[in-house]
Design a protein around this ligand. Structure first.
Ligand code: SF4
Length: 205
């Protein structure tokens, strides 16, 4: 495991969260918008969103249909718009306007699952965090770290394998590698910098 951690660090020394955000609640809401959508598209939509609603209070008071129009390019816009408005109200009413820093509290916010909660805990609060997005799940299986598509089981497996301080960075690097090389339909095993550590090489998974 140490060799894999080190190799990915060498390949992607600067891998970070690719969602842009300017405040704690923006990361939470942008992550919600990114479900079934690309980070690149969310990074465009969020400029319109936060120009129209520049504060948590403005989002909490937003007109639902207007919010739906703004987040429509991200897909599942009805749920997402509703989640953002309700989420803003909960953060204001129950957490004094600050995104909470526990898994339990985060999971009570509409639209927030373990993946989002882990990202928030890792990015904003520096806590150990395993973010099981689609790249993380696919690569963890190809790399032989687990044998399951269940996000909670992948999270458990990676938590057992990774030192706490390495967890978030490792997940960011899996995303980077998944986008650049170990793609879902066409993994470029011949060009892969960690092929020597991968049980799926040389046969394409
Ligand atoms: S060898 Fe192939 S399957 Fe393994 S990590 Fe590299 S690209 Fe992915």
């Amino acid at each position: 495991m140490q060799a894999l951690i080190a190799a990915l660090k060498e390949l992607y020394p600067d891998a970070v969260c690719t969602l842009e955000y300017a405040s704690d609640y923006q990361l939470l809401f942008n992550t919600r918008l990114a479900a079934q959508c690309t980070d690149a598209r969310v990074n465009i939509v969020k400029d319109v969103l936060y120009a129209r609603y520049p504060s948590l209070e403005a989002i909490a008071d937003a007109d639902l249909s207007e919010m739906e129009e703004i987040v429509k390019p991200c897909g599942f816009y009805r749920h997402k718009a509703q989640n953002l408005i309700e989420g803003a109200r909960i953060i204001l009413d129950d957490y004094s306007g600050k995104v909470p820093n526990t898994m339990e509290a985060l999971l009570k916010i509409p639209g927030v699952g373990r993946k989002t909660a882990n990202l928030i805990l890792g990015e904003l609060f520096g806590q150990p965090a395993v973010v099981t997005d689609t790249h993380c799940i696919r690569l963890s299986n190809r790399l032989g770290l687990c044998r399951t598509a269940d996000p909670v089981k992948v999270e458990t497996a990676l938590r057992e394998l990774l030192p706490p301080a390495e967890q978030l960075g490792f997940c960011h690097r899996l995303v980077a590698h998944g986008r650049a090389v170990c793609r879902a339909r066409s993994p470029a095993c011949g060009e892969c910098g960690i092929s020597g550590l991968c049980p799926s090489f040389p046969s394409s998974p």
